[in-house]
Design a protein around this ligand. Structure first.
Ligand SMILES: Cc1ncc(COP(=O)(O)O)c(C=O)c1O
Length: 365
């Protein structure tokens, strides 16, 4: 995974995103990575409180304030974006030029490598090992960093394993990055799944940190596309200016709804925590009795990444055809002997999906 850089072919699409949009759904979908949609009717808002357009130029001030408050930063450090997806792209594009080295965890969320490839960076990887529960091994980072590395990119919680990286490790990662003149991008879209144990955002650890997140995964509000970047003010301005090339101005109605959601985040979190704790218990009893796969129990988060002793690609197809159940094949994360399994959908659907998965594994090949 380390060694010679992979010179990117300029790929103008994401294979994972195409799969997720066209193949992920089935009667029993275990391929999701976030909580089900929060019911719109439960957002305490009246239609006459909304508006189609408003003064959203370089950030709509009330949304900037709400995001700054949630993250304990100055509004000047916040860049509101269309989901974490646009956040990751803008964050990378603002600090990476063609030919720069970018160091990305492996396995990871495929869009991080796709975005870096699109920006014509030289992509290096550092492994996160299954045996350690996918914890970040700083020695692997030190081995893989180069004098040309401009960005180290990680996810916390880790997608696909939900491993949590604590602040002590992040601080050391920051030191390594600083030594090389690089920044650290931490995608925190799953971090709030720690609920009351959620630490402060990594952006507080130093100016080399850039953080991205959204209300998608933990709050069931993907449709609002309420994402953000946290970075030092100059960099934040650069990202806002760059966003003029893409979305220019955001959907104002969604901004207004996002502000309402941000003001009611504790209630939404309680709803989400309830669903996730029920399903975490179901998932962990499934894992305790499962055959032919290896995986630690889920402590917090919405996904796990078991290793299988069978052909995962063929199994995923079999599971879909015979059991109307989907999981994400591990090759999308660069780990073909694994698959990703997610919690957070409808609980009865999840329970039956697990039963089918278990039966499928026992009968397969
Ligand atoms: C690590 C990670 N970042 C970002 C995203 C996209 O998030 P959003 O819906 O906020 O764009 C995902 C979605 O799967 C993800 O897993």
């Amino acid at each position: 995974m380390t060694g010679a850089p992979v010179i990117p072919e300029r790929k103008l699409f994401s294979p994972y995103m195409y799969w997720a949009k066209t193949q992920q759904r089935s009667r029993y979908t275990l391929a999701t990575s976030g909580i089900q949609h929060f019911p719109l009717s439960r957002l305490p808002v009246r239609l006459d409180e909304l508006a189609i357009s408003g003064p959203s130029y370089y950030g709509y001030p009330p949304l900037q304030e709400a995001l700054a408050k949630k993250n304990g930063v100055d509004p000047q450090c916040v860049v509101a974006t269309i989901g974490t997806s646009m956040a990751n792209f803008l964050a990378m594009a603002a600090v990476v030029a063609p030919g720069d080295d970018v160091l990305i965890e492996s396995p990871t969320y495929e869009l991080l490598t796709d975005a870096a490839g699109f920006l014509q960076a030289n992509i290096h990887r550092f492994p996160r090992h299954f045996e350690s529960g996918f914890a970040i091994d700083l020695k692997e980072v030190e081995r893989a960093i180069t004098p040309r590395t401009k960005l180290i990119a990680i996810t916390n919680l880790h997608n696909p394993s939900s491993n949590f990286t604590p602040n002590e490790t992040l601080r050391c990662l920051g030191d390594i990055a600083r030594g090389a003149g690089a920044r650290v991008l931490v995608d925190e879209v799953y971090l709030d799944a720690l609920f009351e144990k959620t630490p402060r955002s990594a952006v507080h650890l130093g100016s080399e940190f850039i953080v991205t997140s959204s209300l998608t995964k933990v709050y069931g509000l993907s449709g609002l596309r309420c994402g953000w970047i946290l970075a030092e003010p100059d960099l934040a301005q650069r990202m806002f200016r760059m966003n003029d090339l893409f979305g220019s101005i955001p959907a104002h109605t969604a901004e207004l709804l996002s502000i309402v959601a941000l003001h009611h985040l504790p209630e939404i979190a309680a709803w989400s925590k309830d669903i996730l704790s029920t399903q975490t218990a179901l998932l962990n009893s499934f894992l305790a009795a499962a055959v032919r796969i290896r995986c630690r129990p889920l402590e917090a988060g919405t996904v796990i990444f078991p290793e299988a002793d069978f052909d995962v690609e063929a199994f995923a197809q079999y599971l879909r055809d015979q059991y109307e159940t989907t999981v994400v094949p591990g090759h999308f994360f660069g780990a073909p002997s694994h698959f990703r399994l997610g919690i957070g959908g409808d609980t009865e659907m999840f329970r039956e999906g697990l039963r089918r998965l278990d039966e499928g594994i026992r009968r397969f090949g």
